[in-house]
Design a protein around this ligand. Structure first.
Ligand SMILES: N[C@@H](CCC(=O)N[C@@H](CS)C(=O)NCC(=O)O)C(=O)O
Length: 228
């Protein structure tokens, strides 16, 4: 897909969800230990949970589980079935499937219990449409060399350019700590102090010491460093 089409279809994927995941609606503190989410970018149920993470201003370790990917076996071993999303909360010992249950759990455990209507059942129809316009990106594994340590990505779910970076991380199944910095995020000030300006995506790779903004540069870096 050429760059113009790539950005245009990513914008459509944001628009069909009416930019859900663009702003924080229920702010608060982070859990002591990062949440862990096994998911894949093109899955509408996973997207609903990612939108919720942006809404609740929560970070999470993402273990990408594209079809054919290496983290899938962990989910099967821990939960008994191959179904995504799968949340692990090391703070409470909770492990669970089902997007709606995961979102309610996050609301009850870390915020005031309220889940917005925008994260209701209709999400799946528009989320599926959004995945369709991305023409299979974020769905299937591509050969890669696993990093020794997880990477870090600053992003938020509705960000058109961040999606391009997340899809590359997903397809190369690179685990990463996702810092959600949607509008009104309490983490924006610290992020801007680190990166120089409020612009996502922004990638940090502790394996090489490299840090960078710009989705095209991030995708090229990931491909050349970890693509096989
Ligand atoms: N009711 C579940 C549905 C989850 C679901 O159907 N996930 C699909 C991906 S979108 C899945 O895990 N398929 C098996 C696979 O990808 O191998 C939820 O809301 O979490």
């Amino acid at each position: 897909m050429n760059r113009t089409l790539d950005v245009a279809t990513s914008a459509m994927a944001t628009l069909v969800r009416l930019a859900a995941g663009a702003k924080v609606g229920s702010p608060g503190t982070q859990p002591a230990k990062p949440l862990e989410l096994y998911e894949f970018e093109a899955c509408p149920y996973c997207r609903k949970v990612r939108e919720a993470l942006s809404w609740f201003d929560l970070d999470a370790m993402i273990y990408p589980c594209p079809r054919g990917g290496r983290f899938r076996a962990e989910v099967k071993a821990r939960g008994g079935k191959l179904q995504f999303p799968f949340l692990v909360d090391p703070n409470t010992g909770t492990e669970m499937y089902e997007s709606a249950d995961i979102i309610q759990y996050l609301a009850d455990t870390y915020r005031d219990g309220r889940v917005p209507l925008s994260l209701g059942p209709l999400t799946i129809v528009s989320g599926s449409l959004a995945a369709a316009v991305r023409a299979g990106k974020g769905r299937k594994v591509r050969p890669s060399r696993p990093p020794a340590q997880p990477l870090e990505l600053w992003s938020y779910e509705a960000s058109v350019y961040s999606r391009l970076a997340r899809e590359a991380l997903n397809d190369l199944e690179i685990p990463y700590l996702l810092h959600n910095v949607a509008v009104k995020s309490a983490k924006r000030a610290a992020f801007t102090a680190r990166s120089g300006k409020m612009m996502v995506p922004y990638l940090a790779d502790p394996n090489t010491g490299k840090e960078m903004p710009e989705s095209a540069d991030i995708v090229a870096y990931l491909e050349s460093t970890y693509g096989a």
